[in-house]
Design a protein around this ligand. Sequence first.
Ligand code: F0G
Length: 458
Amino acid sequence: MPTYPAEPFRIKVVEPIRSLNRGQRVSALQAAGYNIFGLRSDEVYIDLLTDSGTGAMSDRQWAAMMLGDESYAGARSFYRLKEAVDAIFGFRHFVPAHQGRAAENILAKVLLKPGQFVPSNTHFDTTEGNILDRGGRPVNLTIPEAADASNLHPFKGNMDLAGLEAFIDRVGAENIPLGMMTVTNNSVGGQPVSLENLRQASAIYKRHRIPFFIDACRYAENAYFIKQREPECAQLSVREIARQMFALADGATMSAKKNGIVNMGGFLAMNDDELFQRACNELILREGFPTYGGLAGRDLDAMAVGLWEALDEEYLAYQVGQVGYLAQRLLEMGFPVIQPPGGHAVYIDAGAFLPHIARDEFPGLALAIELYLEGGVRAVEIGSLAFARKDEESGEMVHPLMELVRLAIPRRTYTQAHMDYVAETAGRIAARRKEIHGYRITYEPRLMRHFTARFEPL
Ligand code: F0G
């Protein structure tokens, strides 16, 4: 049996959860239009929809919230957060934002003009959405190893550097107002990016005078993988590695709902003084005054503490270990899971698991639905439903690399017995996979359709 380090904490507060019977789950799903985002949380037993904002805060974070200073301007809470952000990330400036996509929105507003390109290893859907919404064109340059679920490349989140060079040559650096890197690379399996790859991408961007922003949501898990897998970093602390990562960039967007272990919060950091000024003005319009950015003072305090806790290496060993444990159990049951497992979620290659379902009939959605019906487990599709879109030039559908289902592990929230329950639920589905069918869309919005689309079984 696989194992992982026992929780480096004990449980002080509990939140009851309960399991519906199968008939109740069928009705709940039909009422939700077969979209698992439409379910009530009370209709879910183990909720692995996301690791974002769903983690358990520590006693220290809750205590810090009591110290929240709710002054409109210049609150003590802001300065406590500033101390943490400055020490960990090391950029000259930052503004709080209520979550990652708010930071992305501000960044896109201040840097991007219609028709311009933004390359990345792989943009997350909100980043892609924010770029598209400003008339920009997101471009993903993932290394080819990322498309092979069983390839054991240690840094499958890496950017295709030759591809980046060729892309810049093709469209011209003047049409690229910023370049990005997502760490860890959520959309291809929560896969880490190596320090070496970040260094080289940074050098390319620098040579072409393209500002480089890191999407830093899961930077601590990424730094932990660098320590494990990049020999030159084995002796460094995760914090030191993080400093080296951010020293390569001109700024970062952060959803602290991941590696800040808060329920809500984020920020946008940058070095450039003039850009900071414009970001502040934009922030005031959309999020709030630059010392609170759409958050309560108590939220800023919880974030200030959580950012440090997410760098704790014992905690990281447990978090990454729990993800690896579930991945291993699913693998043993015959599920094609992305290997090596990433830091926040297990990804099943639903396209390989359900080869009889066509990509435009959403094998990932079909598997996510089965997990819910079988055991009340909520997972999310990260495949053609979330990411397929029409290419502007050719008019053809561009599909993502894979049809994935993600089982995200909320931080410090579920136990090993919960992981075993999930594995056993999945095991029962594996036994009858040939009977599973695809779905058809009955409603979809213009952008980010997976959140609110409705479906019917085929
Ligand atoms: N970047 C990445 C890599 C993300 O995974 C997310 C959110 C964001 C940006 C946006 O942050 O939600 O705070 O606005 N990911 C969540 C997820 C939603 O489930 O993976 P946000």
